[in-house]
Design a protein. Structure first.
Length: 153
């Protein structure tokens, strides 16, 4: 049973391979546990962050890695952070372009999200889902312009 006084933090480093996106989702859902009302949202959000790192950064190159960090604050929020190994930040979505669709999903699921870093040092993208009594949440922040949460969880 979740206790509102219990905060959990964890981190894992995974190879930058598409097969590892499901490992990132499992890592987060195992940490969150059964008491989280929006476990599907947590898994989807994590999958999108991890998939972006693998497909759109140097983490997806041979030998590349990405890091998943999580904070679970029961009855308050879930914070997921994915750090990649850099590369250009492209946020375009056109009729024929599938790039950027993961960020659209993150915008819908997260109450707040943002990014920090650079193409050279790597990107850290984080998203927070607030605890909700129902899966329907309103008033989400628009994204990268929001306040930054420090990378060191």
């Amino acid at each position: 049973m979740l206790d509102d006084r219990t905060m959990r933090r964890a981190e894992c480093r995974l190879p930058g391979e598409t097969e590892q996106v499901s490992a990132a989702r499992r890592f987060v859902t195992n940490l969150v546990g059964d008491g989280w009302l929006d476990i599907g949202d947590a898994a989807l959000l994590t999958g999108e962050l991890a998939n972006n790192a693998v497909l759109h950064s140097a983490s997806g190159l041979p030998g590349g890695k990405f890091v998943v960090r999580v904070i679970v604050r029961p009855f308050r929020y879930l914070l997921v952070e994915v750090e990649d190994e850099g590369g250009p930040w492209l946020e375009t979505v056109g009729d024929d372009d599938e790039r950027g669709r993961g960020l659209q999903i993150i915008r819908v699921l997260a109450n707040e999200w943002s990014r920090a870093g650079s193409a050279e040092t790597g990107w850290i993208v984080w998203a927070r889902i607030d605890w909700a009594e129902s899966p329907k949440r309103v008033g989400r922040a628009p994204g990268p312009a929001g306040p930054m949460i420090p990378a060191a969880l």
